[in-house]
Design a protein. Structure first.
Length: 202
């Protein structure tokens, strides 16, 4: 079977769960100015993205962007598609520690995000053409699921990296009692073999 013939796959590298949790706590404590929430940032979202978030449960997600593509650097980076002019992805001040090491190890990945989905939160079904995503769970209970190509996944092993083919339709829902927290990044489809070749602990 071709290595690219998969929907979701465990990768061959891991990160220290304690270091990931420390990074999350540091970001929460010190970088509120880069904290993306619907209430603070919905005015920056384009009309299509805003129209998809029609129910309150679709507006609960929040997080921090380790990279931005905003031309105007006074506008905070957006977790959803923005209405403003964009450019190539560049690092924010959150690209330090474990995040920086990840970026250096996987330089072709982009849109690095620290994503939080609270209990009851949902992300509507959609697909992302021409890309895969890398997911690294930090805090993920069984009740939080990532539905991909009609299969439900729960990535509960903190620090273990996974790659998902998000050209397939997917959505997420958190039916647990705790926040689902993970790192997520995108990568071009022609770089997945490079990603699969990475081994060990980053």
């Amino acid at each position: 079977m071709n290595q690219q013939d998969f929907v979701a796959r465990q990768l061959n590298f891991t990160l220290d769960p304690i270091e990931l949790q420390d990074y999350y706590q540091t970001v929460k404590s010190n970088f509120e100015h880069l904290h993306w929430t619907w209430a603070k940032n919905y005015i920056h979202i384009d009309d299509v993205a805003a129209a998809e978030c029609v129910e309150p449960k679709n507006t609960l997600m929040h997080g921090w962007m380790m990279q931005s593509n905003m031309v105007d650097r006074t506008i905070p980076p957006s977790m959803l598609k923005t209405r403003y002019p964009t450019t190539d992805w560049y690092n924010t001040e959150l690209m330090f520690g474990v995040a920086k090491r990840l970026h250096e190890k996987i330089p072709y990945a982009y849109r690095w995000t620290l994503f939080v989905l609270p209990p009851g939160g949902e992300v509507v079904s959609h697909s992302d053409p021409d890309q895969y995503v890398v997911i690294i769970p930090i805090q993920w209970d069984n009740g939080a699921v990532f539905n991909l190509n009609d299969t439900a996944y729960s990535f509960t092993d903190a620090g273990q990296a996974y790659v998902l083919d998000v050209e397939y339709a997917h959505d997420t829902v958190n039916n647990s009692s705790t926040d689902r927290v993970n790192l997520i990044a995108r990568l071009p489809r022609d770089r997945v073999e490079d990603l699969l070749a990475i081994t060990g602990t980053i």
